[in-house]
Design a protein around this ligand. Structure first.
Ligand SMILES: [Fe+2]
Length: 287
């Protein structure tokens, strides 16, 4: 469930054994835990360890690396620019590490987020509540089978980040697939036309969203399915395929996160990808 690598530098080069453990750990559904790798804030950035930098209008503060546009921060002017620069610096370091550690040649750097609010006290609807075990699936951004790889850093000065990590994806999919609602013809076309989604949802996207929602809405599953608590201490990082690993973020404040997307054919073991598992179990082509 946890593959621990004691890297202390961001840039490598990393030895063959380290790279091989990273790759097989990630693709088999472990969380790659990097206890000695810290993202260190500059003295001038420590002022951003304050929930007040967040405006409450989205789940997290996020930065689009393509445009440099930051969302959901309450800061303006020069302070906003310095917060965006901190998030960007983290995103670049995370991308450099992924490139040095993993053999994937085409990894798309998607949004970078800063999560400055204590997870415990927040209020959400059940399907938006990431304190419940779930796999990641984006309602507005169809993935068409592409993978979601996420790199996290706990930058809190004193709080652990508490996660629960659940059972293997295939066990989960086997249990939930018979219960998910059937595909509604025309819905993905309409959502694309209306601008609800950026691009068209494939059957894979619909299935992943249904699995995400069904898991969060099932109290019995939340309480009694096999799971393990994992605490990520301040000054540590972790990397995980969140479209495959059931996870819940139960507590902690001040984390940074970088999302990456990659095609299934980049994987060393494509048959382990959620789309291949779901195609095998359902007998359908999903994207
Ligand atoms: Fe998640």
């Amino acid at each position: 469930m946890l593959e621990t690598l004691r890297l202390s530098g961001w840039t490598g080069p990393f030895d063959a054994e380290t790279k091989s453990r990273a790759l097989s750990g990630l693709e088999s559904g472990s969380v790659l835990f990097l206890p000695n790798l810290a993202f260190t804030l500059l003295e001038s950035e420590k002022q951003f360890l304050d929930a007040g930098v967040y405006d409450g209008k989205a789940k997290n503060i996020s930065l689009d690396p393509a445009t440099g546009r930051m969302q959901a921060s309450s800061l303006t002017g020069e302070k906003a620019a310095r917060l965006a620069a901190m998030i960007e610096r983290f995103g670049r370091q995370a991308a450099g590490l992924v490139q040095a550690l993993l053999p994937y040649t085409q990894v798309e750097r998607a949004r970078t987020s800063f999560r400055p609010v204590e997870v415990k006290g927040r209020h959400y609807s059940k399907v938006s509540d990431d304190r419940l075990l779930h796999i990641d699936a984006f309602p507005s951004r169809p993935m068409q089978g592409r993978r979601i790889l996420r790199f996290f850093a706990n930058v809190s000065p004193g709080s652990q980040r508490h996660w629960q990590v659940g059972q293997p994806f295939e066990d989960f999919a086997r249990a939930f697939l018979p219960r998910v609602r059937p595909h509604v013809p025309g819905k993905s076309w309409l959502y694309e036309k209306l601008g609800v989604t950026h691009g068209r949802r494939s059957l894979y996207d619909e299935l992943m969203l249904s699995l995400h929602d069904a898991a969060k809405l099932d109290c019995e599953f939340q309480q009694h399915s096999p799971q393990q608590a994992v605490d990520f201490p301040p000054g540590s990082c972790w990397l995980v395929f969140t479209d495959m690993v059931l996870h819940a973020a139960l507590g902690g404040e001040f984390a940074l996160e970088q999302t990456f997307h990659l095609d299934v054919d980049q994987l060393a073991e494509p048959e382990r990808a959620p789309i291949r598992v779901l195609e095998r179990l359902s007998g359908k082509t999903l994207a």
